[in-house]
Design a protein around this ligand. Structure first.
Ligand SMILES: Nc1nc2c(ncn2[C@@H]2O[C@H](COP(=O)(O)OP(=O)(O)OP(=O)(O)O)[C@@H](O)[C@H]2O)c(=O)[nH]1
Length: 497
């Protein structure tokens, strides 16, 4: 997979029913930018309400939005975010009542924008570069890269922001001023780790032309009952409120560490719900943790709560990998089990199954037989009507055989136009009769584009107690070759019936 802008209209086809909004946003990109600005400012305002020390918020979601926007939109995201950084500086000046002169506000805003954007742009571009260089396993490598690059970008942003605030004189050039990076980092870290996936989802709706690669990550799943999800959320909420209220009431710092038990309901959600629901739950947990820290006056323990939610978010992302990897494993297993053209079992899987069936037949002292067959002069069909019609003939043959089989019978494709059929419970007489029925049914097959009837040749053998599946296959294959030699459209078995 390559991270790139969509090339065709189909690449960013919006979901039905939302066409009007999407086409408006596609036609007026400035509306998308306006929405981005509104959301950024809203998140900034919420985070400023959660400040537990000057300039240090428990939770700084604008960091997640900046990172997501640059990851998704590239340089296109920078002008609206520069605007947001400037506006936030003016707004904060009004909130703190610091009355800085205009030139100092402009300088502070510009330095903040430079610090914030340069750090997150570096991280987002690096992540984009790493992912675009990997074609395989994109989701695991994306998540691993994200959990490393996200916190490092936040660290860089915090250090740059602290420096910007010192240079512009907003915070003192003292030891206290130089220690601001830590609370800034933890707030940004929470915003990045917890919210980036959800914010990418949101931005994809606001910017319908961008982020096709996100839908290629294989995260889509069918959601289960909403009530069950709410029950799990409620369990997490009860646990969170209990731990935080007890910590606030008893004023015992160690009690705050019980917040790590939140991993139990969160992992319950991750393993049983969709990735979107897991993302919503971790976002809600982080939001309410921040609210409770503020309103239960747990500022002194803020770091414990912030780190617990960050650890929870990182565990969530790795937890999300499990269903994705399991489903791609089962897809791969299916691919090796079945022949993709005819849906018959692959040679390897047929032989594995046959070995087990032979053991079972011996144990229950039941007969078991194998038929090997192919289409007569199939090369001519390909040459005369083309390979697509040839493929159609192979598919029709497999379908026809499948309609004639009993539940226990197994059809495999050896390769080319050669198939094999395992018939548990059939002795040679039954198996020969089955092969004869198939031989007679073959010419009745109607295949679009083929004007002449198709015929086939068959070799049949009952598997003896000393046979392996390979030796039995070779016997039946030799009989098939003999049938070809005798003029084709024939069933041959070892003993004359
Ligand atoms: N359309 C199509 N052709 C295939 C496929 N796999 C193999 N073939 C072709 O199947 C043909 C098999 O030809 P041969 O093995 O010579 O057998 P034949 O023409 O059926 O002759 P006899 O078996 O002696 O009757 C070859 O031309 C292969 O290229 C496939 O998946 N699709």
């Amino acid at each position: 997979m390559r991270l790139q802008h969509p090339q065709t209209k189909a690449d960013y086809e919006p979901p039905q029913g939302k066409l009007k909004i999407y086409s408006t946003l596609v036609r007026w990109p400035v509306l998308s930018d306006l929405l981005l600005i509104i959301i950024w400012m809203l998140l900034w305002k919420i985070s400023s309400l959660m400040e537990y020390a000057p300039h240090a918020s428990i939770w700084f979601p604008p960091a997640g939005l900046t990172f997501s926007a640059i990851l998704l939109l590239g340089l296109r995201a920078i002008p609206p975010i520069v605007f947001c950084c400037m506006a936030a500086t003016f707004w904060e000046n009004a909130d703190y009542g610091t009355q800085l002169p205009l030139h100092q506000l402009l300088e502070t805003g510009a330095l903040f924008a430079l610090a914030h954007i340069s750090a997150y742009a570096t991280g987002a571009c690096l992540l984009k570069l790493l992912i675009s260089r990997r074609d395989d396993h994109q989701l695991p490598s994306l998540l691993l890269a994200f959990t490393i690059i996200g916190p490092l970008s936040a660290l860089l942003a915090s250090y740059f922001t602290q420096t910007a605030l010192v240079i512009s004189g907003v915070i003192p050039d003292s030891t206290a001023g130089h220690q601001l990076w830590l609370p800034l980092w933890v707030g940004d870290l929470l915003g990045i780790l917890v919210l980036t996936p959800l914010l990418i989802g949101l931005l994809r709706r606001i910017y319908p032309r961008y982020g096709v690669w996100v839908s290629e990550l294989g995260l889509r799943q069918v959601a289960g009952s909403s009530w069950e999800f709410l029950l799990k959320l409620a369990t997490a909420a009860v646990l969170m409120v209990a731990v935080m209220s007890l910590t606030a009431s008893f004023q015992i710092k160690e009690m705050a560490f019980a917040i790590f038990f939140l991993c139990i309901p969160q992992m319950w959600i991750v393993y049983t719900e969709t990735p979107l629901r897991s993302g919503i739950s971790i976002a809600l947990m982080s939001f309410f943790t921040a609210v409770l820290v503020k309103y239960l006056a747990l500022g002194e323990d803020a770091l414990i709560f912030q780190f617990s939610i960050s650890v929870l978010a990182a565990s969530t992302y790795f937890g999300l990998l499990i269903p994705v990897l399991a489903s791609s494993n089962s897809r791969l297993r299916e691919m090796t089990r079945k022949d993709s053209l005819t849906n018959a079992y692959s040679r390897q899987h047929f032989f594995q199954q046959a070995e087990q069936e032979i053991l079972r037949a011996r144990y229950y002292r039941q007969p078991i037989s194998v038929i090997v067959f192919d289409i007569d002069a199939f090369k001519q069909i390909n040459d005369k009507f083309g390979h697509t019609i040839g493929d159609l003939a192979l598919i029709s043959l497999a379908n026809l055989v499948n309609t004639q089989l009993r539940q226990a019978d197994i059809l495999g494709r050896f390769g080319g136009d050669e198939f094999m059929l395992l018939l548990p419970g059939s002795d040679q007489t039954d198996a020969t009769a089955t092969a004869e029925r198939l031989r007679q049914a073959l010419p009745q097959m109607r295949i679009a584009g083929i004007s002449r009837p198709i015929t086939g040749s068959f070799g049949v053998t009952e598997i003896t107690p000393t046979d392996t599946i390979s030796s039995a296959f070779e016997k039946a294959d030799a009989l098939l070759l003999e049938a070809k030699r005798r003029g084709r459209n024939l069933v041959l078995s070892p003993l004359p019936l």
